[in-house]
Write a protein that binds this ligand. Structure first.
Ligand code: NAD
Length: 499
């Protein structure tokens, strides 16, 4: 527990600290240590010392503890939602939804780790009938998890639950904008696993995260911006520490001529505006068949007029003050270059809140189309056909999520979008399915969390090949005979040289 108490402060010199500030009230909601490189190294040492205990529990023992943790989080869901709200300003119902999705992931990872990672027999070929092999996926050791603030429970949980289920211990650095959430999760874990430092918290700003990359962990799971992801990779390259990078996106929605327009507009609006647009897989660009563009826009505008941003509204504040400038720059650039705001616009930004903004006629090379906006805005553009939509959707450095609304061609179009995940006739639905991998390509990062791939991400494959009976042919011995060599030659021709 790294929150600083007054009693600590009286007896020892205060360590350097930072404040967590509510984006709603502007008031300080918590003060946390800035952990130094030394503190981080100590946490990693403690995590390493705990690996024996944690791996010793085996899959079933770990699953039992992880499910107990899940129960504790579920029981405290209102308290945790309040902490998320306090740290990030996220509306309480949205915070609860995020927590429920995270619970699903803990459950899935705990219950499926043995099946996915446990030993499996692999058959030999005719060359080695005497050999029976098994492959199993062993834990790496200590995993460092660096998290963002936008989904401070759900997002890091995609790494934490899977790394722990696979048998690793974890040192977690939550974002400096959501340290209270990280502390709450770690405290609940310590209550159900009091024996060892299996899951620990470190707090601080960027340099504390950088120190984690250099502290000798066996893997870093980073979620955040592509810019920081590159810094993380650079730091990890010094020690060849492997990384998973879950970075940002510029996700498109494609609306085909035969789409259910009401549902497509509803999905585009929610995908773009929920969580005040601060969603890595949030919808930021829409490409709509010209034949249905106007009715789609009418529906989108009508639905947008029913929501607004404010302290007790469906859209909360922008959590990170610096992001307001990015959003302002994107809206201004779009409008300066011939774009029009059908809803919102230049005066959408008021204090820490941004009202829904729908932009049309925005050039494809403008900031609002090319860079991650991370605000409640969407650009909408008409296309003559879905080939054009695919081309524009794929013309991005990112490749995280995407959405297609089409009655007949949904899966076909989905396959052609260059992104890690595509939702068809729904939006962001893949994130709520624990059994499927989550992650992107290009500037959206690499590696996967969630599902079997997410479990394997935190392991290393281990092969054991065992001889069951004397080999009919001695292949790997200096005692190999001329007769064996002749048979090898024959096998090559018979088995692989025909057809
Ligand atoms: P960020 O990159 O600013 O920070 C992320 C984390 O990295 C924080 O904990 C921060 O303290 C830490 N950090 C900063 N500098 C560091 C350094 N040099 N070395 C190591 N760690 C460092 O991102 P953010 O603003 O917290 O999060 C928003 C971004 O995260 C958006 O781009 C969003 O799209 C992305 N995101 C991606 C996913 C995904 O799964 N792909 C999920 C959620 C958010």
């Amino acid at each position: 527990m790294t929150a600083v108490s007054e009693t600590d402060a009286e007896v020892t010199a205060l360590p350097e600290t930072f404040d967590s500030v509510s984006p709603i009230t502007g008031g300080v909601v918590g003060t946390y240590r800035i952990d130094t490189a030394e503190d981080v190294a100590t946490a990693v040492e403690r995590a390493r010392a705990a690996t024996g205990f944690w791996t010793g529990l085996d899959f079933d023992g770990r699953a039992k503890r992880l499910l107990a943790w899940k129960h504790a989080i579920a029981k405290g869901i209102d308290e945790l939602a309040a902490v998320v709200h306090r740290d990030t300003g996220k509306p309480i119902p949205d915070a609860r939804l995020e927590i429920v999705l995270a619970l699903d992931h803990i459950d899935w990872a705990a219950k499926n780790a043995r099946k996915v990672l446990g030993p499996k027999k692999v058959r030999s070929t005719i060359a080695t009938p005497d050999i029976i092999s098994t492959v199993e996926y062993q834990q790496l050791g200590v995993v460092g998890v660096i998290g963002p603030w936008n989904y401070p429970v759900f997002t890091p949980m995609g790494s934490i639950a899977y790394a722990l289920s696979a048998g690793n211990t974890v040192v977690f650095k939550p974002s400096e904008y959501s340290p209270g959430v990280g502390a709450w999760l770690v405290d609940r874990f310590a209550e159900v696993v009091p024996e060892a430092d299996v899951f620990q918290l470190i707090t601080g700003l960027g340099p504390t995260g950088a120190a984690l990359c250099e502290a000798g962990v066996d893997k870093v799971a980073f979620t955040g911006s592509a810019r920081t992801g590159k810094l993380v990779m650079r730091a990890c390259s010094e020690t060849l520490t492997p990384v998973v990078i879950e970075a940002g996106g510029k996700d498109p929605i494609l609306v085909d001529i035969d789409a259910d327009l009401d549902k497509a507009a509803d999905a585009a609006l929610w995908g773009a505006m929920s969580n005040a647009g601060q969603t890595c897989v949030g919808v930021e660009r829409a490409y709509v068949h010209n034949a249905v563009l106007q009715p789609f826009l009418d529906l989108l505008v009508e639905k947008a007029s029913e929501i607004s941003a404010g302290p007790n509204e469906k859209i909360g504040p922008i959590t990170m003050p610096g992001q307001l400038d990015v959003i302002r720059r994107h809206i201004d650039d779009a409008l300066d270059r011939g774009g029009r705001a059908l809803v919102g616009g230049r005066d959408a930004i008021d204090g820490n809140y941004v009202q829904p903004t729908i932009l049309v006629d925005v050039p494809e090379d403008s900031l609002a189309v090319r860079e991650e906006t991370f605000g409640p805005t969407i650009t909408v553009r008409g296309v003559d056909n879905m080939d054009e939509a695919i081309e524009l959707a794929n013309d991005t450095d990112y490749g995280l999520g995407s959405t297609v609304f089409s009655k007949r061609r949904g899966v076909e179009l989905a396959r052609r979008i260059r992104s890690g995940m595509t939702a068809v006739n729904s939006v962001i639905s893949f994130a709520a399915v624990p059994g499927v991998p989550f992650g992107g390509i290009g500037n959206s990062g690499f590696g996967r969390i969630h599902g079997p791939d997410g479990l394997r991400e935190f392991t290393t494959p281990k092969v054991i090949s065992r001889r069951r009976f004397p080999a009919p042919l001695q292949l790997t011995s200096f005692g190999r005979t001329g007769r064996t060599d002749a048979l090898v030659r024959l096998f090559a021709k018979v088995l692989h040289g025909r057809g």
